[in-house]
Design a protein around this ligand. Structure first.
Ligand code: G1P
Length: 198
């Protein structure tokens, strides 16, 4: 059976155009499989948008060998410490070609010019319409794109390697399950260390 190609994040974001009013110049996108704590990242990003215009994304640092899972930023410094100017963005590059180890993490404040850019891109990585490619097009056309570098916790629920620690982190903070989980985890870790001679 021939399967249809996935449409991708670029397609999904394009659907937002019909719900924006003429007065709304930018909008937010939050990918639910990325958890970002504390919860004020979008607020910080909107403040940067109001100051510098254009689009603002959230970046986290990952080990270089993991960059193939993400949209990766090529950046330059700005006057503000935690804010970088994006001069290029590439979707899921080979780690050897990654322009940095700062990657996009599921929070976007996008100028409405993104809709026009999304209409002009063709399917990219994985045959999907990539939001990253539309952002790269805006950058090439001189539109301002910045990132806020996230300093807090971030969980990627999109793969088991991220889903498991997220459950532990939230579980520990639960009033109901936290105390027992804490005790159990300490035992599990002690057993593990004894077994592995760590
Ligand atoms: C999407 C984006 C990617 C971004 C990632 C964050 O990829 O295409 O640029 O870094 O979300 O989680 P996905 O995880 O859907 O493959």
């Amino acid at each position: 059976v021939e399967q249809e190609k996935p449409l991708g994040l670029g397609h999904a974001v394009g659907l937002a155009e019909s719900v924006l009013t003429d007065e709304e110049e930018f909008f937010g996108v939050m990918l639910p499989d990325d958890i970002v704590l504390p919860n004020n990242a979008m607020e910080q990003m909107v403040a940067v948008r109001n100051k510098l215009g254009g689009s603002v994304l959230l970046a986290v640092e990952v080990p270089r060998e993991q960059t193939f899972n993400y949209g990766v930023f090529d950046i330059e410094a700005t006057e503000e410490d935690g804010v970088k100017k994006v001069v290029g963005m590439v979707e899921k590059p080979d780690p050897a070609d990654a322009p940095s180890n700062l990657v996009a993490t599921g929070r976007y404040v996008l100028d409405k010019k993104i809709f026009d850019a999304l209409r002009r891109i063709t399917p990219g990585k994985g045959g999907e319409l990539q939001l990253t490619d539309a952002i790269e097009l805006l950058i090439q056309e001189g539109e301002p794109v910045h990132v806020v570098v996230h300093e807090g916790t971030r969980h990627d629920l999109g793969n088991p390697g991220g889903y498991i620690p997220a459950n532990v982190d939230f579980g520990l903070r639960s009033e109901v399950y936290g105390p027992a989980l804490y005790t159990q985890l300490k035992k599990i870790i002690a057993n593990y260390e004894a077994e592995k001679g760590l």
